[in-house]
Every structure is written in C-alpha cells, then in structure tokens.
Design a protein around this ligand. Structure first.
Ligand SMILES: Nc1ncnc2c1ncn2[C@@H]1O[C@H](COP(=O)(O)OP(=O)(O)O)[C@@H](O)[C@H]1O
Ligand SMILES: [Mg+2]
Length: 243
C-alpha cells in the first residue's frame, strides 16, 4: 500500500478548475519529484496535501487514514525560508510546537545535521539565503513528519549553494527515513535526487507520466548513469509534450 495516496477530483479557484481527475501516490521511503509547466498546479497540489487548503473535491490519505487539515505527519519547505525575523534560529525551528523536554538538545542536533552548529541564537537577518533555507528544513524536520513536501526549495539560491543543499537533502532523507514529494523544474536535480518523477499536465487532468529513476543513493552528479537518467527524463518529457 502507498504511504501517501492522493485523488483530486477537482480543485477550483472560483470558476476556474486548476486540478482535475488527478491521482498519484508516494511509497514509503520514496523521493518523488513533481515537474510541470509554471501555473499547472504544483504548488496548489502540495498545499492540498499539507492541509493548508482544504477546499477541494477529492481524497488524500496517509497510511490509509484520511488527511484533512494540518497534520504533524506532513512537513513543508517553501521556496523562500519564511522565517520569523524577530525570532532567533532556535525559536524559529521550534515555532508553534509545545515546549517539550530535551527540546534544546534536539534543536542542537538538527542544527548540527543541517550544518548550522553554533547558530542557534543568530537572527534570520544574519544568515545567508542558503543558511536560512537550512533553518527552514530543520524547522520542517523538528516535528518529525513522515512526509516532507518541498516546493522548489532550492530555486532561490545560487548554483553552488543549491548543490550543497541537494547533498544535504539526500543525507537527511536517509538519516530520518523520511518520504519526500518535491516540486522542481530542474531536470538535473530530479535525476540526482529522485526515485521517480511525476509529470503534471498543463491542462488539468491525470498525470502525463510517472518515470522511475532506478538508481541507488547517494548519486554523483558526474556519474554516467545520472547523466543518462537526465537525458531519459528530457526525452520522456518531450514525448509527453510536457515541454
Ligand atoms: N489563491 C489563488 N487564487 C486564485 N488562483 C490561484 C491561487 N493560487 C494559485 N492560483 C492559480 O492556479 C494556477 C496554479 O497555480 P500554482 O499551483 O501556484 O501553479 P505552479 O506551482 O504549478 O506554478 C495558476 O494559474 C495560479 O494563478
Ligand atoms: Mg509553484
């Protein structure tokens, strides 16, 4: 059985239908990338799964249990870090969570994992864009979600930072045994990170394609198999008229 099972009959904004008859699933431990033209509804879909928007016709379940509204089982990383500027890194990570014993130790451990040891009391304005996004990832992991949703999480940082964050995500996924659904428009990123790539149509409707990337992790960017996977993805997208 899939961990995350999604059936969206229709999602409308006013009279406009953005998603229609869309079905997809994510298996436990999978890292799935979601690609599609700008405006095709990728962010909308993530918001529905996260329970940030419950106004749709359909059904979303996690391990067979209906998801409706916010759930601590689902973590979210947005394109921008969205940190509270007046809170330090530590308080941003724990924001909204009830105070629990051992919290500071957990935050310190997470900061260490995301490469920000010693930054617990920094304010967001003292961080680079890449560091702020690391805090956003730590904040999402703090609640120990079973599924992490990421919406173009690395598209606002420079190319070098982006590569480091991609490597970080690979490590975290393995350490936290987490399941990931990530929107990206970067085929190199999809070939490097994903076990499967889902292609959303620009016309509301079923998925255009679900393409496996049957390579182990971690992967090297210059590995022939990764480069071939990227080329295969490109050809599949062209064949599916997604480009
Ligand atoms: N809150 C909203 N109200 C009205 N229309 C919206 C809203 N959010 C998104 N849309 C529209 O829905 C479509 C899909 O948006 P979005 O999910 O952000 O696409 P993507 O992330 O694939 O670029 C776009 O045409 C967008 O303009
Ligand atoms: Mg979007």
């Amino acid at each position: 059985m899939a961990l995350l099972d999604i059936h969206i009959h229709a999602k409308r904004y006013g009279t406009r239908t953005v998603l229609r008859q869309l079905a997809l699933h994510v298996n436990a431990g999978e890292l799935v990338c979601l690609v599609g033209a700008s405006g095709c509804g990728k962010s909308t879909l993530l918001r529905l799964i996260a329970g940030l928007d419950t106004d749709y016709d359909g059904h979303i379940s996690l391990s067979g249990r209906t998801l409706h509204g916010l759930s601590s089982d689902i973590g979210f990383v947005f394109q921008e870090p969205r940190l509270m500027p007046w809170l330090d890194v530590s308080d941003n990570i724990a924001f909204g969570a009830p105070n629990s014993p051992g919290q500071q130790e957990r935050i310190a451990r997470l900061l260490n994992e995301v490469g920000l040891a010693g930054h617990a009391h920094a304010l967001p304005k003292q961080l680079s864009g890449g560091q702020a996004q690391r805090v956003a990832i730590a904040r999402a992991l703090f609640r120990q979600p079973r599924v992490l949703l990421l919406d173009e999480p690395f598209s606002a940082v420079d190319a070098f930072t982006r590569m480091r964050l991609q490597d970080l995500l690979t490590e975290l996924v393995q350490e936290h045994a987490i399941t990931v659904l990530m929107v990206t428009h970067d085929l190199d990123e999809a070939a490097l990170l994903s076990d499967r790539v889902l292609v959303l149509d620009h016309v509301p409707g079923p998925l255009l394609a679900s393409l496996p990337v049957p390579l182990g992790h971690p992967r090297q960017r210059d590995d022939d198999a990764v480069l071939q996977a990227r080329t295969d993805l490109l050809h599949c997208l062209q064949a599916a008229h997604a480009l």
